[in-house]
Write a protein that binds this ligand. Structure first.
Ligand code: SF4
Ligand code: SF4
Length: 442
């Protein structure tokens, strides 16, 4: 079986949160393959620890990716502040005798260093065109946990577990490995909090992650972390505002100071993203569809809303509002050129992570969340058939079947984009409905 088929059969998807099927990404040819080890979301601690604990596996998985896309060079991007991890990785690259094709480059401690397009620029000096993807400038990007999963796939191990950080206003911030399909609430309780009545949970990092409406879900391959805060924390209050409320406030209060635009990471890369214009369009009900198209260039990093705007308004929501309207009408932005140049002021407008963490009111929670060997052994798991970009996996098991951990339980329909899914525990299939396959431990 080819290496690409092994990656496909193991159900590897982008573990950084995007969930794009990795075999589809690695079917391209590229000059560079980049490892995204930036982990720029405050309080999340998965990638930096995986690179320290499994350097050989991640490097070998990354090498598989490099070979598959026929890249001349692989570059591991990691923040310069992680000195120990950098030294481990550099040492292992030398010992594995692959220093001619792999190197480690240090990233600045800024947000959002892990945005794919910022990462591509920081590591290669190339700028992905507006509304484009890294392959347009010869780059393929994989996350560090994805590289670990690629390595596992190369030795025949499917994706059945996920590394997750649980942090925030909790007694025991921690990072751990859990079977996919585990109840999220069981993972959250390991933080030392039992009763969540006074707490809200962010699914993912504090910048881009949404506040969970219910804690009843199940872990998927896309989860990276959960940030638990008191319901009255300003970040939770700000992130809980509904679109209608955001629109009302935006209309009344925007002073058109442009700070949201001038500090926008995509604007600083030379793209046309200009949230202050979306605020203006919202305030005056402008019908200018052509002008609204730049809303589609927003990567929803949330910097404008949670850091840049001095009035505490919702410029990202303004982008999102017009983005959705245009999507409904099937109107898409088309870049008018291929070559972009960073704005001159970029280097002075990068946002240091520490300042961002202070602004978010998270300084007291910015602690380590050590990777533990705590194991969760759920009695049942509910495995979603859609944990990825593309079509849902099609169940190939029946109620009553016995499956071993690692067995294939859902396949990709021929000719469609998608990812396979596998049993994360050994047991009996008890239910197949509502886009979940349930397994009870035997
Ligand atoms: S949304 Fe905020 S930062 Fe942007 S122009 Fe209006 S007031 Fe200024
Ligand atoms: S969320 Fe705001 S800062 Fe981020 S890309 Fe969109 S407009 Fe720019």
């Amino acid at each position: 079986m080819s290496l690409l088929d092994k990656v496909k059969d193991a159900g590897v998807i982008g573990a950084g949160g995007a969930g794009f099927p990795t075999h589809a990404k690695l079917a391209a040819k590229a000059e560079y393959v980049l490892l995204n080890g930036a982990e720029c979301e405050p309080l999340l601690r998965v990638d930096q620890q995986l690179m320290e604990i499994f350097p050989d596996e991640i490097i070998k998985g990354f090498e598989v990716a490099r070979e598959l896309v026929s890249a001349e060079k692989g570059i591991i991007g990691i923040k310069g502040k992680h000195k120990k991890v950098i030294s481990i990785l550099r040492d292992r690259i030398i010992k594995l005798q692959i220093g001619d094709v792999l190197e480690v480059k240090e990233l600045p401690d800024i947000y959002p260093a892990g945005d794919e397009q910022v990462l591509v620029y920081e590591l290669t000096g190339r700028i992905v065109p507006e509304a484009g993807i890294p392959i347009q400038v010869g780059c393929v990007v994989v996350n560090s946990e994805t590289a670990l999963n690629i390595y596992n796939a190369s030795i025949g191990k499917s994706v059945t577990e996920k590394y997750i950080t649980v942090s925030g206003n909790v007694p025991n911030p921690l990072t751990l490995k859990v079977p996919i399909g585990t109840k999220i609430i069981d993972v959250l309780r390991l933080s030392g909090i039992d009763n969540f009545n006074d707490y809200a949970v962010i699914d993912g990092g504090p910048m881009m992650g949404p506040v969970m409406k219910s804690l009843d879900g199940y872990v998927t391959k896309k989860n990276k972390g959960f940030v638990i805060l008191k319901k009255e924390h300003p970040l939770i209050r700000k992130k809980s505002v509904e679109m209608n409320q955001a629109r009302r406030v935006n209309r009344a209060s925007c002073e058109q100071c442009r700070m949201c635009t001038d500090m926008c990471p995509r604007y600083l890369l030379g793209h046309g993203t200009q949230p202050h214009k979306m605020m203006r369009a919202m305030a005056y009900n402008l019908e200018d569809v052509e002008g609204q198209k730049i809303a589609q260039l927003c990567c929803q990093c949330n910097l404008c809303e949670l850091f840049s705007c001095p009035a505490g308004l919702y410029p990202k929501a303004a982008n999102l509002y017009f983005k959705q309207q245009l999507m409904e009408k099937n109107i898409r932005y088309k870049a008018s050129k291929d070559n972009f140049e960073v704005r001159q002021a970029r280097e002075y407008r990068l946002i240091p992570s520490k300042r961002l963490i202070a602004r978010l009111g998270l300084r007291e929670f910015d602690k380590s969340a050590p990777l533990t060997d705590i194991t969760i052994e759920p009695e049942t798991v509910c495995i979603a058939t859609q944990q990825h970009v593309g079509a849902p996996a099609i169940s190939n098991v029946n109620i009553g079947d016995y499956v071993e951990a690692g067995d294939l339980i859902g396949s990709i329909k021929e000719g469609t984009l998608g990812a396979t899914i596998h049993a994360s525990i050994s047991g009996i299939i008890t239910d197949i409905e509502n886009n979940f396959i349930t397994i009870r431990r035997e």
